[in-house]
Design a protein around this ligand. Structure first.
Ligand code: UGA
Length: 451
């Protein structure tokens, strides 16, 4: 079986490499010749654990190739997967489908023999149907079927997520296409992965429903965290107390500075538009977006409050600028709003991130970039943990104390234990838990103001 993967972003590159690992013959196609050149040289355009080795071994085995030439790859393919970007359209939240439709036209022109064309990119409900119409109009002679095959992988654990998914969802409406997808995912059936065959629109909606549900879950626990801070409760015990209920589940109940990344915010915005246009608006997801957006400013206020009500003239060290660990991606990272808000309040900002500094530099002005966590903290008035990278979980706290002007840690990812931090001599402020002071006192005011 031959696969053509159109687009070598996160989803395309990881999926292409994983399908080749299954033993299929895969051409990864991208218009960006510099990216293709780099991939041919074994250089990855993204930081993703395990990806470089996976690509190298499959390229070595002759099953994985990178090319800018779409037509020959599509001509050979039994399955063409569309994995190009679907960014938010400026201003209105709709997904911008220009890249998808441009790819579809090129694919149409190159079709030979029966071909299954599957969307892997997250696309609004109805896109599959539109692709069907568009390609059939352009190539009335072509034998093809459109399939929706949304991907659920997470950045940072993308390969494991692909190889061991909770489920595979396939929107398919013809027998030959269903048989082709069955064959493609056979290695996963052998691991007893559930596969859901359903209609095109349903599969498209599953992807949005999954992401917006998870974004809702995070936002819910963030609101619980705010309540905990005000009433003296502990958000982690609340999360455990509800999460052990099998109907709720314990995952994605970790509070923080708000969700970010290239998927949740964009998909939630697109979902709100989809729901509105369907005539059944989603008040829940509208609220999730508004609460999450407001949260970033509130986190900056919380930091200011922890610093005694003003950060003017103070130096703040920020650890982590990526939207989560194990990625170099800073898209819609809460830090991109928190750092400028602190700078606008008069603080000098120093940032260190293990992998995200290059991406961060490209989008953040007016801050200093440090080469190490300790370098950032040297002489700073406070340190703020924004991303839960492993190296921040094991800081040499004695050294941190000698480096900081005052021993203040604002941990927006809750990676340390409050009582422990107080015992070690820190004023420690986290999310959804009482702040603790070195003298053993519990600070009740967490700051951040009312919404
Ligand atoms: C997300 C989904 O988890 C994937 O299933 C999906 O395939 C992907 O979007 C996509 O649509 O492509 P990703 O954006 O890589 O994956 O990252 P997540 O691990 O889901 O984290 C998203 C955001 O939520 C991050 O900012 C993270 O810090 C935050 N988060 C996550 C929390 O604040 N608390 C949690 O308990 C979990």
């Amino acid at each position: 079986m031959h696969v053509a993967m159109i687009g070598t972003g996160y989803v395309g590159l990881v999926s292409g490499a994983c399908f080749s690992e299954f033993g299929f013959d895969v051409d990864c196609v991208d218009k960006d010749s510099a990216k293709i050149e780099a991939l041919r040289g074994g250089r990855m355009p993204i930081f993703e654990p395990g990806l470089e080795a996976l690509v190298a071994s499959n390229v070595g085995a002759g099953r994985l190739r990178f090319t800018t030439e779409l037509a020959p790859a599509v001509g050979r393919a039994d399955v063409v997967m569309i994995a190009v970007g679907t960014p938010s359209r400026r201003g209105d939240g709709h997904a911008d489908l220009r890249y998808i439709y441009a790819a579809a036209e090129e694919i149409a022109d190159a079709l030979t023999g029966y071909t299954v064309i599957a969307t892997k990119s997250t696309v609004p409900v109805g896109t599959g149907r539109e692709l069907e119409r568009l390609i059939a109009a352009r190539r009335p002679d072509a034998a093809f079927d459109i399939v929706s095959n949304p991907e659920f992988l997470r950045e940072g654990s993308a390969i494991t997520d692909f190889m061991h998914p909770d489920r595979v969802v396939v929107g398919v409406e013809s027998e030959p296409a269903r048989a082709t997808l069955n064959e493609l995912y056979r290695p996963l059936f052998l691991r007893e992965t559930p596969i859901i065959f359903t209609g095109l629109e349903t599969a498209e909606l599953v992807k949005y429903a999954a992401n917006t549900f998870l974004a809702t879950k995070i936002t819910f626990i963030n609101e619980i965290a705010d309540i905990c801070e005000r009433i003296g409760a502990d958000v982690h015990d609340v999360a455990k107390g509800i999460g052990l209920d099998g109907r709720i589940g314990s995952k994605f109940l970790h509070p923080g500075p708000g969700f970010g990344g290239s998927c949740f915010p964009k998909d939630a915005r697109a979902f709100v538009r989809i729901a509105e246009e369907s005539g059944a608006p989603s008040r829940i997801v509208e609220a999730v977006l508004a609460v999450n957006e407001a949260r970033k400013a509130r986190m900056a206020e919380k930091i200011v409050a922890a610093c005694g009500g003003s950060v003017a003239g103070k130096t703040i060290a920020i650890l982590g600028i990526t939207f989560k660990p194990n990625t170099d991606d800073v898209r819609e990272s809460p830090g991109l709003e928190i750092a400028p808000a602190l700078a606008a309040a008069g603080a000098d900002i120093r940032i260190y991130d293990p992998e995200g500094m290059a991406e961060g530099r490209a989008v953040l002005d007016g801050v200093t970039w440090s080469e190490s966590a300790y370098g950032a903290m040297d002489g700073a008035d406070a340190v703020v943990i924004l991303t839960e990278w492993n190296e921040f979980r094991a800081l040499d706290l004695e050294r941190v104390k000698t480096l900081l002007k005052s021993p203040l840690i604002v941990d927006l990812r809750n990676i340390y234990n409050p009582a422990d931090m107080a015992a070690r001599g820190f004023y420690y402020v986290s999310v959804g838990r009482a702040a603790t002071r070195p003298d053993g006192g519990v600070a009740t005011v967490q700051g951040g103001g009312a919404r």
